[in-house]
Design a protein around this ligand. Structure first.
Ligand SMILES: Nc1ncnc2c1ncn2[C@@H]1O[C@H](COP(=O)(O)OP(=O)(O)OP(=O)(O)O)[C@@H](O)[C@H]1O
Length: 290
């Protein structure tokens, strides 16, 4: 029997891959399935996707975009038993990378193979977090590159040069398992996934389906510590770095005492004084490649 997939496509995300080519590639690769394409508008898209989903019975949803688009679609399908296939069209595509998907053909292959992985979702205040959120350095970087005229990795690169000159520590108060810690960190990460789209292994022991997340405080000082931390990030040996502290938890609260920037799954959040992180009852099934 033919399957019916709703393909939610962000027309502007990432490096600007030609969307007509993308549509053709996806429809050709998934020949024999019905793919209905709907383009995001950037406004009120969660409600619009929900409406599309109620129009008929679907067998799954495909998302063409970056992590922000995936997050938007996850909010729309919460509570529905629909598998989700990521077609990576963002700048960094951290989520897709975590599912072994490095391009459009990988994505179509994963969808055709039909293997899915159930992923824990986390509620951070009112927002859903699927993969990674952070305060400080990286959030400032996302904020700067979002403000740039262009999109994509080049815009990240230009912003990272500017962001390094502003690298500074922030104080955070962390409540975890009945204990309170005040830490200084240049970056504080709340991690469900383990890898940024750039390849940096921020959470080597993190699993997306173990009912737990990690809070990771990174505080390198001076060029030597930054270089040694970068090496550990790419080798996946962060746990042994002296400038890093890691907690594993099922719920936590964090107070952002110095007003550091904050982002969730690549989306910059408004000024955030404190967050509470807890499990969202739903899981979402993503198509993946082994
Ligand atoms: N038609 C549209 N016009 C303008 N903005 C849009 C449109 N559709 C979606 N958006 C915006 O796109 C953003 C999501 O982009 P997404 O995060 O998926 O890609 P990216 O930022 O290019 O990649 P990455 O997250 O990998 O850096 C949201 O802020 C959303 O409001």
């Amino acid at each position: 029997m033919d399957k019916d997939y709703l393909f939610v496509l962000n027309p502007i995300s990432g490096e600007g891959d030609d969307r007509e080519e993308v549509k053709e590639m996806v429809c050709n690769s998934l020949y024999g399935t019905n793919v209905e394409i709907w383009e995001t508008t950037g406004k009120d898209d969660v409600r619009k996707v929900k409406e599309m989903l109620q129009k008929q019975d679907w067998d799954g949803v495909l998302v063409g975009g970056g992590d922000g688009t995936v997050k938007m679609v996850v909010e729309a399908i919460l509570g529905m038993d629909l598998p989700l296939g990521i077609i990576p069209l963002g700048s960094a595509n951290g989520l897709a990378t975590g599912f072994g998907i490095h391009g459009i053909s990988d994505a179509c292959h994963a969808i055709k193979t039909g293997k899915v992985k159930g992923v824990d979702l986390w509620r951070i205040n009112e927002e859903i977090c699927i993969h990674l959120s952070d305060f400080g350095f990286n959030a400032g970087l996302v904020k700067k590159s979002t403000g740039q005229a262009g999109r994509g990795m080049m815009s990240y690169f230009k912003s990272s040069v500017a962001q390094f000159t502003e690298l500074r520590p922030y104080q955070f108060e962390i409540h975890i398992k009945g204990e309170t810690f005040v830490v200084e960190a240049r970056m504080l990460v709340i991690a469900n996934g383990n890898k940024y789209g750039t390849g940096a292994l921020i959470n080597p022991s993190g699993k997306i389906d173990d009912g737990k997340f990690e809070v990771i405080a990174l505080n390198p000082e001076g060029i030597d510590e930054i270089v040694s931390l970068s090496v550990d990030l790419f080798k996946g040996t962060l746990e042994s770095n002296e400038t890093v502290k890691i907690w594993k938890a099922e719920k936590a609260e964090v107070k952002n005492l110095d007003g550091a920037d904050f982002q969730i799954d690549g989306e910059v959040m408004p000024q955030t004084e404190s967050i509470s992180i807890k499990a969202e009852m739903n899981k979402v099934n993503f198509f993946y490649l082994e």
